[in-house]
Design a protein around this ligand. Structure first.
Ligand SMILES: Nc1nc2c(c(=O)[nH]1)N[C@H]1C(S)=C(S)[C@@H](COP(=O)(O)OP(=O)(O)OC[C@H]3O[C@@H](n4cnc5c(=O)[nH]c(N)nc54)[C@H](O)[C@@H]3O)O[C@H]1N2
Ligand SMILES: Nc1nc2c(c(=O)[nH]1)N[C@H]1C(S)=C(S)[C@@H](COP(=O)(O)OP(=O)(O)OC[C@H]3O[C@@H](n4cnc5c(=O)[nH]c(N)nc54)[C@H](O)[C@@H]3O)O[C@H]1N2
Ligand code: SF4
Ligand SMILES: [Mo]
Length: 852
């Protein structure tokens, strides 16, 4: 492996492609014509083939195909076999070609030569070989092992590719010996899972029977543009509009709100009040679903505003605690009361509730982060999701389903390779503060089990010596995390930071070693699984295009090479594990190179599909690995209804819980750990509920950072239709088409304000304005827009990069294009889940004109 850098690059570029195309695994076969119902137009008259892959531009993880000509990817479409995207990708899928060929990608490993670190400080990166880069990383890691302080290794992942992430996130910390490994999921949408979790025992993302839904309620989400299942929503949305009703609950005129029959521009953070008022109307109007919820024993029974009901008067069927919920919370939640909290007219609340009730159970309430990723979001997520319970739409035709899955083979166990040092070191206290008295983080109703991603920065600010070596991949917390400036402060102090990414974005500016990553959707190897439209599926990533630069997949290839280096330096456990346990399911052979290792792991994960022990239900059988590569995906059978009915919900009572014994169990356990009461836990964690209210969905008034007098506007953040999470802003198409986001303009970043507020402040469209919150301030352009209510301002997330590349930043490394919302959004949490708040107007801002 002694090569000059130049010959190394040439060699690796050539062999990479040869290996990817040939290797021991056979050539990539194009999907056969019979599989392709649509006419396959190439990008040009030149010959090419559609190669299956998986898009990871959002969490739908669509099965796609890339049209490849002579190794170069030129077009993208949905995999025609997909039952979830129907052969189409959303607009972001098409950005893949620009992202993979982004001229600003990191092309070779680099090391920092400027010891000083900070925002705007030039790292003075110089190119180095992979050999030198990994040698340096391994040496730093070995110093930790020699000093018995392996827990001072921190690994944080941002986005990741389904199965291969296990080799990094799952096994590196375990075998090396650190408990300090964290996923980005608490920045993502964890609070949302608490809604179905604490009522239904299902802590996951839901599926919706869009082909059969009569009434679709889009609550705090805009799935024509973001959230999950965008292509499926685009596919069915017009049909639902034509045959039934669509209701959007969003403080901003989103894409779905613009097309919906009813738009409820709710006061930010007041979702719990609206949900409870709708529940109140459904009950007082007799519109609850009798088959799911049950009924009064006597003909004379009924729900009357302000009046309690005796628990023995009502017999529930699939649910638990309806009467407790009514008595504790709902009886006083009248539409007139809710109008004051939500600013939605009482008559509209009644009208919408009746629409929902009449279409039930074919009413699907699609709850998204807008109602959940807020400081008290657990309870509003519960309240919004519980409407599905009242409507009986849980697990029925036209309703809301739990997820489906298709099989994936687990990797061999690593336990035998975990030594005593690693075992002891992994048990230490975690840097994210999960399970602290004021941070119950009770994912799956288990206190202390949820990750608190954004709190790692606070942990490090308090104890800068806690980490000596920090590895991170596919992440950009200096941009993507609220209170982003904290990350600038933290990262400037980390002694040794290794970033494994495609682009030198904000977080990379603090790196000591930069390892150029494959752009996984086009260049990586992995098996990705997800579900949608009633089917679970698995889909392949198989290095569809030729790699132009000296990049490696961090989750597999880099792990192999790093393990090799650690072995050379005296710690062989990781390499022994990878090289002995991972066997090609076809040939039984173990890997001899990094890329072979990546391919073998992909084969292992997918072998459940092409080498099943029992015939699989679902798509036609996949006959072999080659067949799987050609087709690229496999979908399981259609969702079977009423999964949880008949006492099979995974809750404490096995019923759908309107009174959550599940939440109670978790909260009592947490209180016991601190020898205190649930009331005390809720107080220190920032919730207002006391007593039994803690266990039912209820209204918690919005928590706001910043006083109304100093910061008069509620700030609303949302995702761009073109954001591939934080990763597409450096493509010209992103900038050029930015105007597709309602109210936005191309190549710019506008703060939108209601014209009446503009008039009051003497501001007009085009003015440069400073937006200031308790966390900081950013400068951008103003646009007066009717799509937001007075008192609320909104700006899309995604712009404001000061690094990332020459398109995204105005002046790379120095000046941003627009402003990053995360520099003004306050670092705050829904502490019951540990999720970071970004919605619900929890940050107050003021807006002032500055010189143009
Ligand atoms: N204000 C605000 N903040 C948000 C959000 C929001 O809506 N508003 N959304 C939040 C959500 S839901 C999430 S999930 C997080 C995401 O935030 P993060 O987890 O931090 O991930 P990204 O910002 O998407 O990742 C960016 C980095 O990944 C690198 N990269 C791109 N493609 C690849 C690849 O294929 N492989 C590797 N190894 N690296 C790659 C790029 O160099 C880039 O710097 O952001 C959160 N932050
Ligand atoms: N286009 C696009 N799609 C994506 C992604 C992407 O980056 N781009 N990322 C994927 C990822 S990682 C995730 S986690 C999901 C996230 O799923 P999304 O549904 O995209 O989540 P958010 O970006 O948080 O969107 C919040 C929505 O809630 C609204 N909102 C804000 N405050 C409130 C409030 O107080 N009440 C109500 N009712 N609504 C409010 C906002 O206007 C916005 O429409 O999206 C995935 N899909
Ligand atoms: S960005 Fe999401 S919805 Fe769009 S094609 Fe990619 S995975 Fe599918
Ligand atoms: Mo996310």
């Amino acid at each position: 492996m002694k090569l000059t850098r130049r010959s190394f690059i040439q060699l690796s570029a050539a062999t990479t492609w040869l290996l990817a195309a040939g290797c021991s695994t056979g050539p990539v076969k194009p999907a056969s014509a019979a599989l392709i119902p649509r006419k396959s137009n190439g990008g040009s008259p030149a010959k090419g083939e559609w190669i299956a892959s998986t898009c990871q531009g959002c969490t739908q993880w669509c099965a796609i195909q890339i049209y490849v000509q002579d190794g170069r990817g030129v077009r993208v479409r949905g995999n025609p076999l997909s039952k979830t995207n129907h052969g189409y990708c959303c607009p972001r899928g098409h950005l893949i070609t620009q992202q993979v060929y982004d001229p600003d990608r990191i092309k070779v490993p680099m090391k920092r030569t400027n010891p000083q670190k900070g925002r705007g400080v030039d790292p003075k990166f110089v190119p180095i070989s992979w050999d030198e880069a990994l040698d340096t990383v391994a040496e730093k890691m070995m110093e930790l092992r020699r000093a018995n302080e392996t827990h001072k290794l921190l690994y944080m992942r941002g986005r990741y590719s389904s199965t291969s992430t296990e080799l990094l996130y799952g096994t590196l910390p375990k075998v090396f010996g650190t408990g300090n490994y964290f996923s980005h999921s608490a920045l993502c949408a964890e609070a949302e899972k608490m809604g179905p979790g604490l009522t239904q025992g299902f802590f996951g993302y839901r599926d919706y029977d869009l082909p059969k839904t009569q009434c679709l309620v889009l609550w705090g989400t805009d799935p024509l543009a973001s959230n999950r299942m965008v292509p499926n929503t685009i596919h069915y949305f017009h049909e639902i509009l034509a045959r039934g009703s669509v209701i959007a609950v969003d403080p901003r005129l989103s894409n779905v709100a613009a097309k919906a029959h009813e738009w409820l521009p709710i006061k930010p953070g007041a979702d719990g009040a609206l949900a409870c008022a709708i529940a109140h109307v459904l009950l007082t109007e007799g519109l609850w679903n009798k088959e799911f919820v049950g009924d009064f024993k006597s003909f004379w029974g009924g729900f009357k505003a302000g009046q309690t009901v005796g628990e023995d008067e009502f017999v529930e069927k699939e649910t638990f605690g309806l009467i407790k919920w009514w008595n504790l919370e709902l009886k006083d939640r009248t539409p007139a009361w809710a109008e004051k909290e939500t600013l939605i007219p009482a008559e509209q609340i009644v009208r919408v509730a009746k629409m929902m009730g009449k279409a039930a159970p074919k009413t699907a309430v699609w709850m998204g982060p807008g109602a959940a990723m807020t400081p008290r979001g657990t309870y509003s997520a519960m309240a919004v999701h519980a409407l599905n319970g009242i409507l009986g739409s849980i697990d029925v035709e036209g309703g809301v389903w739990q997820s489906s899955s298709a099989p994936v083979t687990a990797f061999p166990k690593a336990d035998a390779y975990v030594d005593d040092l690693a075992k002891t070191a992994s048990k230490g206290k975690k840097l994210d503060g999960r399970g602290a008295k004021d941070m119950p983080a009770m994912m799956n109703a288990q206190p202390g089990s949820g990750v608190v991603t954004n709190n790692v920065a606070n942990g490090l600010l308090k104890d800068p010596g806690a980490v000596k070596v920090f590895l991170s991949s596919w992440s950009n917390f200096n941009f993507s995390a609220t209170g982003a400036l904290r990350w600038d402060a933290v990262m400037a102090k980390v002694p040794f930071f290794v970033h494994m990414v495609t682009n030198a974005s904000e977080m990379t500016q603090f790196a000591d070693i930069v390892l150029p990553a494959t752009f996984n959707a086009a260049e990586g190897w992995s098996v990705v699984s997800n579900m949608g439209n009633g089917h679970g599926y698995v889909s392949i990533q198989q290095g569809a295009v030729k790699r132009l630069w000296d990049v490696k997949q961090e989750e597999s290839e880099v792990m192999w090479l790093l393990a090799e280096k650690l072995k050379q330096k005296g710690f062989s456990n990781l390499f022994d594990y990878y090289s002995k346990e991972f066997k090609d399911p076809e040939t039984g052979k173990t890997a001899t190179s990094a890329l072979e290792f990546a391919i073998i792991t992909t084969k292992i994960s997918s072998s459940a599909i092409w080498k099943p022990k029992e015939p699989l239900k679902g798509d036609a059988p996949i006959k072999s690995w080659d067949d799987f590569r050609a087709k690229g995906m496999f979908s399981g059978p259609k969702y079977s209804l009423k999964k949880g009915w008949g006492g099979k919900f995974a809750t404490a009572t096995k019923k759908f819980e309107f009174y959550s014994e599940t939440a109670k169990k978790g909260l009592l356990a947490h209180a016991k750990k601190y020898e205190t009461t649930v009331d005390d836990i809720l107080t220190v964690s920032g919730y207002v509920a006391r007593g039994d209210l803690a266990f039912v969905p209820h209204y918690e008034p919005p928590k706001r950072n910043g006083s109304v007098s100093e910061y008069p506007f509620d700030f609303i953040d949302y995702k761009s239709r073109l954001n591939r999470e934080g990763r597409s802003a450096n493509t010209a198409w992103y900038q050029e088409f930015k105007k597709v986001d309602p109210g936005d303009v191309s190549w710019d970043d506008v703060l939108k304000m209601h014209p009446s507020d503009g008039a009051k402040l003497g501001l007009k469209s085009g003015d440069r304005v400073k937006i200031t919150s308790p966390a900081g301030s950013i400068v951008t352009r103003l646009k007066l827009w009717e799509g937001v209510r007075p008192g609320t301002v909104t700006k899309c997330y995604g712009q404001g990069h000061w690094a990332y590349g020459r398109v995204a930043a105005k002046d790379y490394g120095k000046a941003p294009r627009g402003g990053n919302n995360n520099e003004i959004l306050v670092d705050d949490y829904d502490r019951l889940s540990g999720a970071t708040a970004r919605n619900g107007g929890f940050t107050g801002v003021r807006v002032e004109k500055v010189a143009a």
